[in-house]
Design a binder for this molecule. Structure first.
Ligand SMILES: [Zn+2]
Length: 280
């Protein structure tokens, strides 16, 4: 029998955060939610991965001898725990197969997104069924995002929080831009869109091993910072708040000649951390 949901639900996505850097950072606050699981993203870059998350499918556990439809059904039942309700199943999302309008229209949620990466901006197709959806002015300011999270007394709240400190250049908001690392040829998707090399082929990067290790260490430091900052959610959120912390995809730090994520076929670009639980 259907039971109305009563939990606030926060889906926190550390953009580009690798599973193993997350483990190395020993995030003690986030671990209060539950064990760190090693899971797999359905996509290797930001936009399709967030679309998938917003269909309600969290990063998967890659089970053997299981049909996909069975896995989706079982995975989706977890929303009964996340939302503190009952009777929610994958077919509840038919036909739109999208979580925000389902939460808003069927379950009475206030739905919000605060995103850090411009490829997720409010003009994209992802912005569907949200009461509010905002691209943050800076790509790397989780504390500014947290200041935007407000809980309604009349209805439960859903927030998608896309967090950019873990994205290249793995810089914190208070770190002066002129000290950020630079990799020649690495730019945001929107920059240099109309440039092409004269050969018609992408320019090749130079992936120096010590530079790659420096960047990996910077991602670890970014996670440590976020783990401290997230304490604010534990301190301020109502008790009936459920939190999922995960990543949209991993990141390559020089393995097999790769850097970053996106057009890369490598296990480390899909391997992501996954932790969730109710705030206690
Ligand atoms: Zn991403």
């Amino acid at each position: 029998m259907a039971k109305p949901p009563r939990n606030n639900y926060l889906l926190v996505v550390f953009d580009s955060c690798r599973y193993d850097t997350f483990v190395s950072a020993r995030p003690k606050n986030i671990k209060r939610l539950g064990p760190i699981e090693r899971r797999w993203s359905y996509a290797s870059w930001t936009a399709p991965s967030h679309f998938n998350l917003l269909t309600g499918l969290m990063p998967h556990v890659s089970p053997k001898r299981v049909y996909a439809s069975e896995y989706y059904k079982t995975d989706f039942l977890k929303f009964n725990e996340r939302l503190g309700g009952g009777g929610i199943e994958f077919k509840s999302l038919v036909p739109a197969l999208y979580l925000p309008p389902f939460l808003k229209e069927q379950l009475g949620y206030r739905t919000h997104a605060r995103v850090s990466l411009p490829v997720l901006n409010p003009h994209t197709i992802l912005n569907f069924g949200f009461d509010s959806y905002k691209l943050m002015p800076d790509h790397n300011d989780f504390k500014a995002i947290l200041r935007e999270v407000k809980y309604s007394e009349e209805a439960p709240s859903f927030y998608l929080l896309n967090v950019g400190e873990t994205h290249y250049p793995y810089a914190l908001a208070n770190e002066p831009k002129d000290t950020w690392p630079t990799l020649s040829g690495v730019h945001g998707v929107f920059k240099h869109l109309d440039e092409a090399s004269s050969s018609g082929k992408p320019r090749r990067g130079i992936f120096n091993a010590s530079k790659m290790e420096e960047l990996r260490q910077r991602q670890i430091q970014a996670i440590k910072f976020l783990d401290t900052a997230i304490e604010e959610i534990f301190d301020t959120a109502p008790k009936n708040t459920y939190l999922t912390v995960t990543s949209d995809h991993g990141e390559l730090f020089g393995e097999d000649g790769y850097f970053g994520h996106g057009p890369i076929q490598h296990p480390k670009v899909l391997e992501v951390p996954f932790v969730e639980g109710k705030i206690r």
